[in-house]
Design a protein around this ligand. Structure first.
Ligand code: DAH
Length: 337
């Protein structure tokens, strides 16, 4: 037995020296340590060894097995490293060169503001409605109490299409579409693209608005104030505000909500045009004529509505001074958000 162990060890030593790659080293492993390998064979023959010699011979076979295993592992590691290096050299790969960092995207600032607005109004129990950008004149104007020759049409220079269709100039038509579908009570917001023939550093022919509408019995101006101030607090933090009387054809009375300028804290600066105030939205109590258009009982129901420019909110929140920056898709700009 002793001789067998010794000769197996000698065989292994001489054969392992001649293996040049990982494949033949693995064959060597099978030959010595595999199920039918030399070492396994020796272990099987242990039963023929006399009882009193068995423990010491067994220990020797185990020792042989461990030594072979150790040598195989070391040699395999060094062969694999060499093979990898040769492969990389052949392919012309230099692992010491600095890598290229992958480009990671971020949400567009307008998308981020949309998400914030949605989550604020969802938390107050509003639902989100969605509607077409190519709109009918009826929904964009007539049903909202802006008849054909009404001067209010001039405030929103419109892209007209054929067949009494147009690119919606506001999200307000979603008020009509929602009320045509649903009975009160309802609390709705609708966000999306709107279009006007306007183009300067604060106006773009395409921009985004969010519309809001609440209808129920006994809805009052104080509900409007409570809701919109809570929104403003959550969006901009608690700050001085004022409701300024205004005119919109679809609300009566109407107002605009101003908050104290977030850049100069009311002292007066370029962004607030030295007024100390920033206008953030238009709002008002739903005009009974709008309820008439959707056959809601205006004796029984009242409501309030509001509309807001989302791009403008994004510009205020992030201190962006030119609206085109939002639509140029310049990576250097977008990466900052
Ligand atoms: N649609 C108006 C605009 O584009 C914004 C607006 C004002 C919407 C008052 C409303 C509202 O719902 O009540 O200028």
């Amino acid at each position: 037995m002793k001789e067998l162990i010794e000769s197996l060890w000698n065989d292994f030593q001489s054969e392992s020296k001649t293996t040049k790659d990982s494949k033949s080293l693995d064959e060597l492993r099978v030959k010595f340590l595999g199920k039918k390998g030399g070492v396994t064979n020796l272990l099987k023959q242990l039963s023929k060894v006399p009882m009193d010699e068995r423990p010491s011979v067994g220990a020797q076979v185990n020792q042989l097995k461990e030594r072979i295993q150790q040598i195989l592992t070391e040699r395999m590691n060094s062969l694999l490293t060499n093979e990898n290096e040769r492969k990389m050299q052949a392919e012309g790969i230099d692992p010491t060169l600095p890598g290229t960092a992958p480009n990671v995207g971020t949400l567009h600032p307008v998308s981020q503001v949309c998400d914030q607005i949605k989550s604020i109004f969802l938390s107050m129990g509003f639902f989100i409605a969605d509607g077409p950008e190519v709109e009918e004149e009826y929904y964009n104007f007539e049903a909202l109490n802006v008849p054909q020759h009404h001067p209010a049409r001039d405030c929103q220079d419109t892209f007209y299409l054929e067949n009494n269709q147009l690119l919606r100039t506001q999200t307000s038509p979603m008020q009509i579409r929602t009320m045509e579908k649903l009975k009160p009570p309802l609390k709705m917001i609708a966000l999306g693209k709107v279009f006007r023939r306007d183009d300067d550093i604060t106006h773009s022919p395409m921009f985004h608005q969010v519309e809001g509408l609440v209808v129920d019995e006994n809805v009052s101006m104080s509900d409007l104030k409570g809701t919109l101030l809570l929104f403003s607090d959550m969006m901009f933090g608690k700050r001085p505000y004022r409701f300024r009387p205004h005119y919109f054809p679809f609300t009566e009375p109407s107002a605009e909500l101003d908050i104290q300028c977030i850049f100069c804290q009311g002292k007066g600066c370029r962004v607030c045009k030295m007024s100390g105030w920033l206008e953030i939205l238009g709002c008002g109590m739903v005009n009974p004529k709008v309820f008439d258009a959707v056959k809601y009982d205006s004796e029984r129901y009242t409501g309030f509505a509001f509309g807001m420019g989302i791009d403008r909110i994004a510009m205020l929140r992030y201190g962006i001074n030119h609206i085109k920056l939002l639509f140029d898709s310049d990576i250097r700009f977008l990466r900052q958000f």
